[in-house]
Design a binder for this molecule. Structure first.
Ligand SMILES: Cc1ncc(COP(=O)(O)O)c(C=O)c1O
Length: 377
């Protein structure tokens, strides 16, 4: 099969298209399918961007990023996690998606593989395939809070494996990995001359426990993060990746060629975002209120939440009591009740027909209406 034929569509987009079609006929649809903050970007960030444009700087930055942003992020790691990271190791990318296409291009030779959790963030598999690699989906369940474990990594690691990916908090599950387990996975990867890749895009959106950064355990870990979620900046397309010193040169060469540099305007706005505390905290509190509401209401309707999510804005629910085919179930909910949620099949194949994902990146009134409609199932 040709490489491009292995790239799967993001199925939730098909659901979203149908939802929009229904809306165009005048129906009100409750959106709990999309993982995009419903809040506007903080005002201070928008003002900083306007001022930057007025200063007339529309030029490329260095490929690895504006040095001011790299330094601000280096300070951020010191303040947030107490880890010293040389700013040269922090590479600025067009979204974390840019970081993933970069790192797999650098790490993978044809046929090499990467361990991923199933369920997991679906685009990962396709980034790896595009780089000529093989994604290895490792089934995970409530016993590991839906994360890879040290023993799974050890069992599944092969001669051609280059890395294991942990998304913490997880998408689609919102669960946090046990910090000791993360530490052990980091060691297991290092002992095998491979890398732990830690996707920390939902850091800062946690409710109760603050997860550690993988760099607190292993200076060799590759950390990916971005401004899309915590700072509500999806459309600004800005993220970063922290790589070990030995990979900087290879990354720089790839960056120079494939995207030249991340958007200048967004990089400068991001420096202000790092200083914005109040707006970010009020979004976090609003998400937590919504999370608690759904955690109370969904089980009453037969959606079983086996592991309580402590982060991101997702709830992964078991729907065995309601259906044995979550895809048909979700399409029916959309058509008959006007409620959009994502079927498990978007996140992998392991028990996917028994699961759905709710996103609470949508207002409280909408969520209440969604629950009202679901209660008439
Ligand atoms: C786990 C995870 N990683 C990465 C991304 C990509 O984010 P972006 O490219 O906007 O930074 C997403 C988006 O939903 C995500 O859920």
């Amino acid at each position: 099969m040709r490489r491009i034929d292995c790239i799967e569509p993001f199925r939730v987009m098909q659901l979203l298209e149908r939802a929009k079609e229904l809306e165009s006929t005048g129906r009100k649809i409750i959106h709990m399918e999309i993982g995009e903050p419903d809040f506007p970007t903080p005002r201070s960030v928008i003002e900083a961007a306007k001022a930057h444009l007025d200063n007339g700087d529309q030029f490329y930055t260095p490929s690895t990023g504006a040095p001011e942003l790299q330094q601000a992020l280096s300070q951020w790691y010191q303040d947030e996690y107490g880890v010293a990271v040389d700013s040269k190791r922090i590479l600025i990318t067009p979204g974390t998606s840019g970081a993933f296409s970069l790192i797999y291009a650098v790490l993978l030779e044809a046929g090499e593989s990467v361990l991923l959790s199933d369920p997991g963030y679906p685009c990962q598999r396709n980034f790896i395939r595009l780089a000529g690699g093989n994604p290895v989906n490792v089934p995970v369940g409530p016993e590991n809070r839906y994360h890879l474990s040290d023993s799974l990594v050890q069992q599944r690691w092969q001669a051609e494996t280059r890395a294991a990916v942990v998304i913490n908090p997880g998408n689609p599950t919102g669960t946090l990995i046990n910090p000791d387990e993360l530490k052990r996975i980091a060691s297991a990867c290092r002992e095998r001359d491979g890398y732990l890749i830690s996707d920390e895009i939902y850091h800062g959106l946690t409710y109760g426990t603050r997860p550690p950064c993988a760099l607190q355990f292993d200076d060799n870990a590759i950390v990916v993060n971005g401004f899309s979620k915590r700072w509500a900046m999806t459309g600004w397309r800005i993220g970063w990746i922290i790589v070990p010193e030995a990979l900087i040169d290879a990354c720089r060469r790839v960056m120079q060629n494939i995207f030249i540099a991340a958007p200048t305007l967004s990089q400068h706005a991001a420096i202000t975002a790092l200083k914005e505390r109040a707006a970010v905290e009020s979004m976090r509190l609003a998400y937590d209120e919504r999370r608690q509401f759904l955690l109370r209401e969904l089980p009453k309707l037969g959606f079983e939440i086996v592991v309580e999510p402590q982060g991101a804005f997702y709830i992964y629910a078991n729907v065995e009591k309601l259906t044995d085919d979550s895809r048909t179930f979700c399409w029916k909910l959309l058509e008959e009740k006007g409620v959009a949620i994502t079927p498990g099949e978007d996140f992998g194949t392991y028990q996917s027909d028994r699961h759905v994902r709710f996103s609470y990146a949508t207002g409280m009134d909408e969520l209440k209406e969604g629950i009202r409609r679901l209660s008439t199932l």
